[in-house]
Design a binder for this molecule. Structure first.
Ligand code: KIV
Length: 276
């Protein structure tokens, strides 16, 4: 049985911290699931860390569904959350419902995430009314990067902080089961966390949130184009990979790979027959 939204909401009530990570493929999702992480986000960060786009804006529904299916196949227990791509939920309530439904019906996800607060609250409500759990996302919302003018900390002025609190309350009221707070001053994230009943999941929002989310490639040192301040590199996977691949390259060139251990033998009489 997979983790449910009630279990996630109860973790907040019990004061139990919630861990969430992104994953984009079968093998990685399998490890994340086996470690026991209850929430796996197939984030549209896929576009940058896996597909090599400059921003998340280029990511399409088809790309998201392709990767969501792989993550679902690799997991048994975690709730898999599909990230709605840019402009797949803004145009109308029916577009938002239809695209959210695709994540559940075709992708096999158990929930969706979308960016925005007050302005998308009607879409959140309508998706929840279809029986689809919705995670909100406010603060730095990368799909609005051109409007925001860069990957900057959000909510530092009194007006911006007040707007963010209103966004969080609107999402809670619309039925979101949890809200991501991205790149928000820690004291503001703590205040929002205290003011709403659903869990906040922070990324660059301090330890006062109910949970934390990170992009898996950032914490594994597996995306080195840009390392955000909020990410802690637990290992540098690219260094480990680079060493292993250099060794492979050297051994192939030297003829020392493969050895007998990686080769297959055959009955000598068959060979003798052929070379007669
Ligand atoms: O796309 C993503 O990975 C996200 C996380 C940063 C929360 O939205």
């Amino acid at each position: 049985m997979r983790i449910t939204i009630d279990q996630i909401k109860n973790m907040k009530k019990r004061g139990e911290k919630i861990a969430m990570l992104t994953a984009y493929d079968y093998s990685t999702a399998k490890v994340v699931d086996e470690v026991g992480i209850p929430l796996i986000l197939v984030g549209d960060s896929l576009g940058m860390v896996v597909l090599g786009y400059e921003t998340t804006i280029s990511v399409t529904m088809d790309e998201m569904l392709h990767h969501t299916k792989a993550v679902v196949r690799g997991t048994k227990r975690a709730m898999v959350i599909g990230d709605m791509p840019f402009m797949t939920y803004h145009t109308s309530i029916s577009d938002a419902q239809r695209n959210a439904a695709r994540f559940i019906q075709e992708g096999g996800a158990q929930a969706i995430k979308l960016e925005g607060g007050v302005t998308v609250a009607d879409k959140v409500r309508s998706i929840v009314n279809c029986g689809i759990p919705v995670m909100g996302h406010i603060g730095l919302t990368p799909q609005s990067i051109h409007q925001l003018g860069g990957y900057k900390i959000q909510g530092r002025t009194p007006e911006a902080a007040d707007k963010m609190l209103k966004d969080a309350l609107a999402l809670e009221e619309a039925g979101a089961f949890a809200i991501v707070l991205e790149t928000v001053p820690a004291p503001l994230a703590t205040l929002i966390t205290q003011k709403i009943s659903v869990p906040t999941i922070g990324i660059g929002a301090g330890v006062g949130c109910d949970g934390q989310v990170q992009i898996i490639n950032d914490i594994l040192g597996w995306y080195t184009d840009f390392v955000p301040k909020h990410a802690k590199q637990y290992i540098r996977l690219t260094d480990i990979m680079s060493n292993a691949l250099t060794q492979y390259y050297t051994e192939v060139k030297a003829g020392s790979f493969p050895t007998e251990d990686q080769s297959f033998s055959m009955d000598e009489s068959v060979l003798a027959e052929l070379t007669k």
